[in-house]
Design a binder for this molecule. Structure first.
Ligand code: SAM
Ligand code: SF4
Ligand code: FES
Length: 345
């Protein structure tokens, strides 16, 4: 029962070596897998209780100057009909989200060079009109832009490192540097942002060792939030013929991350819900304590196609709010009424 003793050690000490993490990633036996998920669920309950925090996400622009090999928004996708929301529309949609009860609004986009001052204005306006946390997720920008947005009142920033395998990172992100990403994560944290990273599970060429390194990096960087989702191949990308990431490996990485980072906020990702009808439920029972429903106006949703068969494309913001409330309650959990700030501060 060597494997169970590694799980127990992680529960008690929140520490594991890379080799030990790899051993957990190799678990195949159903009973031991269940044990891993149960222990992650217990740790989640101990530190976060039964509250599930909702973050309403507005996908405000699908333009992107980058060419990430896995993403449907990459600039090389000439088929996608792009859109960019106007500042006032973003503010209106955010305030509608607040009315639906969201205590966090996430503003996400492709890297479209949306004017930094405009983003600062949007943040200020929303903060002036509503008691909500604001998370930005707009990719790699200058340190001055990040500082401007922090001063405008933005609370959090999401920038997934995607993979800790530097060679793989370079191959999948033409013209980008792994070091730039890590440097930004450190800078964002220093600026006072509650900072989130994350990875993609099942990227072609990704090893179990590098998944273990992803988890150790989340820990080293003390990430307040960690988004862990499966790779889903998109037909208009160079990776269109590759296999998707599995539910099982995504849940393993999530559960181990929960054991090693008990305080971090871990979402049950939309990507996992898109490859398995019960993906988000499974994640919520394997360590996750956050869900990020879409609150973008319905007419734009199909045009933010990061990957195919994304859930919640036809629904309206109110539909998703009701749906997710039902899912959370069906698991014996409750929708949190507070903002769900970082537990590290
Ligand atoms: N452009 C910003 C960035 O890259 O940080 C934010 C938007 S980007 C669409 C948000 C996340 O989508 C990325 O961090 C990446 O992990 C994820 N993503 C993109 N394509 C994906 C795919 N095919 N399968 C799974 N996740 C994907
Ligand atoms: Fe652009 Fe982000 Fe997609 Fe990369 S992952 S192509 S930066 S939207
Ligand atoms: Fe969007 Fe269920 S959360 S339909």
């Amino acid at each position: 029962m060597e494997i169970k003793s590694i799980i127990n050690k992680a529960v008690q000490e929140n520490e594991l070596s890379k080799n030990e993490i790899v051993k957990l990633l190799q678990i195949e036996e159903e009973e031991i897998l269940e044990y891993l998920y149960q222990q992650a669920d217990k740790v989640r309950k101990k530190y976060h209780g039964d509250d599930v925090h909702l973050r309403g996400i507005i996908e405000f622009s699908s333009y992107c100057k980058r060419d990430c090999y896995y993403c449907g928004l990459r600039k090389g996708n000439n088929v996608l009909k792009r859109y960019q929301l106007k500042t006032e529309d973003i503010i209106t949609q955010a305030l509608e989200g607040v009315k639906l009860g969201y205590k966090t609004i996430v503003l996400q986009s492709g890297e479209d060079d949306y004017d930094a001052e405009k983003i600062a204005y949007i943040v200020k306006k929303i903060k002036a009109k509503a008691d909500t946390a604001i998370t930005l997720c707009v990719g790699e920008r200058s340190f001055d832009d990040y500082r401007l947005w922090k001063e405008a009142g933005a609370d959090r920033y999401l920038l997934k490192h995607e993979t800790a395998d530097k060679d793989l990172y370079q191959r999948l992100h033409p013209g980008m540097k792994y070091e730039d990403r890590i440097e930004r994560l450190i800078f964002l944290k220093e600026l006072g942002f509650q900072t989130g990273s994350g990875n993609i599970i099942g990227l072609p060429g990704q090893s179990q060792e590098s998944l273990a390194e992803d988890i150790l990096l989340f820990k080293e960087l003390k990430m307040d939030m960690v988004g862990i989702g499966p790779f889903i191949p998109h037909q208009e990308t160079p990776l269109k013929d590759e296999n998707k990431g599995t539910v099982e490996m995504t849940l393993k990485v999530l559960a181990i991350t929960r054991l090693l980072l008990p305080l971090s906020h871990l979402p049950a990702t939309t990507a996992l819900g898109s490859i398995d009808n019960y993906g988000r439920q499974k994640a919520l029972q394997a360590g996750a304590n956050v869900v990020m429903p879409n609150i973008t106006a319905s007419k734009y949703r199909s045009r933010y196609e990061i990957y195919p068969a994304k859930i919640c494309i036809e629904e309206k913001a109110a539909d998703c709010r009701q749906c997710i409330g039902g899912i959370i309650n069906s698991l014996g959990r409750i929708v949190a009424i507070d903002r769900g700030d970082s537990l590290y501060i």
